[in-house]
Design a protein around this ligand. Structure first.
Ligand code: NAP
Length: 267
């Protein structure tokens, strides 16, 4: 399958107001000259980013949308498909809950599920239908996590959502009829972003990947239409080696590390 070429093409990025999405937007503009549709809830951050991106000579549109709200999800889909020819999309927006599962409120669970799973399924279904109907060239990438492969204690619901979207994409890939269109799962380990900024993550900060590298490898995965892609040589080797060990043992070790980090931050 031909590599994707983003020059002068429209690419949607959700969660573009910070972290990985923000950095991928910068790199897609500077290095790939893509036109961008940037989406998130924080309008001020999106407007700042738009101004910065436009200085590279590309076109930028903003969609302010809360992906935990079904009406906003529908608006995002409509505006992405109908207002310009969409070439690619990066479903990056996501949230976590780091703490004891027993302390998670039902409302937090609902919001996490809506943002990380329900909105992804709805947007993916509609974008896949669009590309299947038009037969156009393009690609869709979802940002999952290594937590989909090795579920993380104290982020149990988060790990579940990331495994859901990985399995959903991996299975759906084989239902596609449009041979010019691809689905990619991007599964990073820890990245230094707003998500991992809090003191609860203090003990884990040593192994976080710089966001610039995570963004660069994410764009590479989408461009080359990878099926599943883990960024970072050590993460890739580590994930293979870990498959040789007992999953129960590995997750038990992770539980100790995360418990310590939570305790040291007073939780
Ligand atoms: N950081 C890590 O260690 C790590 C590791 C593996 C995978 N990931 C995944 O990478 C993706 C990006 O996360 P990040 O690390 O870059 O974190 P981040 O800096 O917190 O960025 C999350 C982005 O998602 C947006 N977002 C959150 N809730 C939203 C909602 N309800 N509706 C619309 N947008 C929403 C946020 O924008 P607003 O607040 O403006 O809405 C923000 O732009 C996530 O899917 C995450 O699970 C992260």
């Amino acid at each position: 399958m031909k590599r994707l070429d983003f020059k002068n093409k429209w690419v949607l990025i959700t969660g573009a107001s910070s972290g990985l999405g923000h950095e991928m937007a910068l790199q897609l503009a500077h290095q790939h000259k893509a036109n961008l549709i940037i989406s998130a809830r924080r309008k001020d951050k999106l407007e700042q980013l738009k101004t910065e991106l436009e200085q590279t000579g590309i076109q930028v549109k903003i969609i302010v949308a809360d992906l935990s709200v079904p009406e906003d999800v529908e608006l995002l889909i409509k505006d992405s498909i109908e207002k310009q020819p969409l070439y690619a999309a990066i479903l990056n927006a996501g949230i976590t809950y780091f703490g004891s599962h027993s302390e998670m409120k039902p409302s937090e669970f609902q919001r996490l599920l809506q943002t990380n799973v329900t909105s992804i399924v709805r947007i993916t279904s509609q974008l896949v239908n669009h590309f299947e109907a038009t037969g156009k060239e393009g690609g869709l990438m979802v940002v999952s996590s290594m937590a989909a492969l090795f579920p993380v204690p104290y982020q149990a619901i988060y790990s579940g959502t990331k495994a859901f979207i990985m399995n959903f994409f991996n299975a759906l890939s084989f239902e596609l009829k449009n041979t010019n269109f691809s689905l990619t799962v991007y599964a990073p380990g820890g990245i230094a972003t707003e998500m991992t900024q809090g003191e609860k993550f203090n003990d884990l900060k040593g192994w976080l990947m710089p966001v610039e590298q995570a963004a660069k490898e994410g764009i590479y995965a989408l461009t080359t239409r990878k099926y599943n892609y883990i960024p970072g040589f050590m993460n890739r080797v580590g994930s293979r080696l870990m498959k040789l060990l007992s999953k129960k043992f590995i997750i038990g070790q992770m539980a100790k590390t995360y418990r310590k980090s939570l305790k040291q931050s007073g939780h």
